[in-house]
Design a protein. Structure first.
Length: 267
């Protein structure tokens, strides 16, 4: 629901900042980034299309997938053309023959599935020989277990979507002004973050105006507080899973939201 209501928020063309471009470029690696034109890319968990926008700009032939009605927001932002098609589908039961895509791209998704290793295996089946799998995943960190967000998530995730979003809006209305007032003090932000479940970007993206700060905070806070599954894996675990699937040239490092990884299916 949040992707349909805030369908523009995360688009670089809307924020005016290369937030998504920088992330996708880092995850793809420079060689693939420079050679996306004409590549068949399946984008799993497309949401409203923050990555779709960048992939299409780079000249890729994009198939955007999502389990939810977020595909409608993607369709609104980036209507289907000869270079873009959209399907509502489960990545564990993809409606394609295996081994068809040059790039299987899945950011912000694997950690929200019941069994990440099963999900990675299903994604890897779609990579053609010589093609690339690109994913990311949450990793363990101390702050995750010292914040109130886990308790609030337990309460909110079972609410109807509309009611859950109303609660998120209330939380953002209460806590975001505090984050803004304390944005210049790193120590104060660290203390506040233990109490507040609100995700904010005053330090990461100070260029965003107040309207955009609010939209980003609302969207990402709601997403983090209503996900049913929230899994964690180490860099070593992700690397081991990729190698066990016969993938090669594994690049796996800490960064972004946790672990960012890519690997290649042998030719």
């Amino acid at each position: 629901m949040q992707w349909k209501r805030y369908h523009l928020t995360q688009l670089d063309s809307y924020s005016g900042l290369p937030i998504t471009q920088d992330r996708i470029r880092r995850c793809l690696g420079e060689q693939l980034w420079q050679n996306l034109a004409g590549k068949h890319v399946v984008e799993c968990g497309c949401g409203a299309g923050r990555f779709t926008e960048i992939l299409l700009q780079r000249g890729a032939l994009v198939t955007s997938l999502d389990l939810s009605e977020a595909v409608e927001a993607n369709q609104q932002n980036f209507p289907q053309t000869h270079t873009h098609r959209i399907a509502q589908a489960d990545i564990l039961q993809l409606p394609f023959q295996p081994g068809q895509f040059d790039v299987v791209f899945c950011l912000g998704v694997v950690q929200h599935t019941p069994r990440p290793e099963t999900t990675i295996a299903a994604l890897s089946e779609q990579v053609k020989p010589g093609g690339t799998l690109v994913i990311d995943h949450y990793t363990y960190n101390l702050s995750e277990f010292t914040k109130t967000a886990g308790i609030i998530r337990f309460l909110l995730k079972s609410l109807p979507p509309e009611e859950g979003l109303r609660w998120t809006e209330r939380l953002v209305d209460v806590f975001l002004p505090l984050h803004k007032n304390m944005r210049h003090s790193r120590a104060a932000q660290m203390i506040l973050s233990r109490i507040s479940p609100v995700l904010c970007y005053y330090q990461a993206y100070p260029q965003l105006n107040d309207k955009m700060q609010y939209q980003f905070a609302l969207l990402d806070t709601h997403d983090s507080l209503t996900c049913w599954y929230r899994r964690f894996r180490t860099r070593t675990q992700i690397e081991r899973t990729m190698k066990s699937l016969g993938l090669e040239d594994v690049v796996c490092q800490y960064g972004g939201n946790g672990v960012e990884a890519r690997s290649r299916r042998p030719s």
